[in-house]
Design a protein around this ligand. Sequence first.
Ligand SMILES: [Zn+2]
Length: 340
Amino acid sequence: MRGAVLYAPGDVRVEDRQDPAIIAPTDAIIRLSATCICGSDLWPYRGVEKLDGPAVMGHEYVGVVEEVGSEVTTVRPGQFVVGSFVAADGTCEICRSGYPSSCVHRVFMNEVGTQSERARIPLADGTLMATPGMPGAELIPSLLAASDVLGTGWFGAVAAQAGPGKTVAVVGDGAVGLMAVLAAKQLGTERIIAMSRHETRQKLAREFGATDIVTERGDNGVAQIKDLTGGLGAHSVVEAVGTQESMRQAIGSARPGGHVGFVGVNHDVALSGDELFFAQVSLFGGPAPVRRFLPELIELIWERKIDPGKVFDLTLPLDRAAEGYQAMDERRAIKVLLQP
Ligand SMILES: [Zn+2]
């Protein structure tokens, strides 16, 4: 089968990879209908995360089950499935408490590399969810978004305690930030402030439910959020970048007693104890427990109540993945869908 492999920063190639096979009785094999490039794939692509040799790429996926191991009971061949970017057993104490992305048996799907024609999904029962039927082509981008960015933005909004009566600020205008805007709106938030300096992303943020746009960053961005909230700061802030600046911006934008949901994969963030102490905010984040949200997200998509697939603004054949990485690296594309 064809699949994407990163050889060195900036050097991603689609080449022949070994076809997947059932290894454990809890595995499933799927044929991908669509996959995509994540903002977090840019960390190794840019050389920020070091490589130990060639790495298979991709952790987002939707597709049709081809084969299941002898212990898989919840999905069967022929079903269309959406899965989380973290495989989980669904049965350990951490999974049962709602945090499958920290499952004691978890497998990060980027180790499998789903920018490919087919993929082995470990722990299929705890990881995959079948859709009510075979989706039309128009639903596939939205279902694919549920595999990571929508679920991650949703978790950010939940962790920030977005909802009725709250003002939510979103730091980061990548796909996850935009999905957090959509989630905050769905959760009943009236006022949603998106922080973005890019016109096309601002427009999409407004379509997803943003009521205000702040174009400043850092301390100036924080000052603008304070201006818009009577000097207090937002009740809820979603951090969807993962850098020192974005974390400081998120914490600074929250009012005392507020909540910050941080879902940008953190890189070299160091917080000052002093600032944390006097900020008096709750911080909660980490890899999103996407599987927990999938039943609700799939239903919203299936009933056409949300259209997160709009976040994909470039579609390419899998063989042209390298162009997709370039487009996202240069911020010419928000999120790239790849067709195997
Ligand atoms: Zn578990």
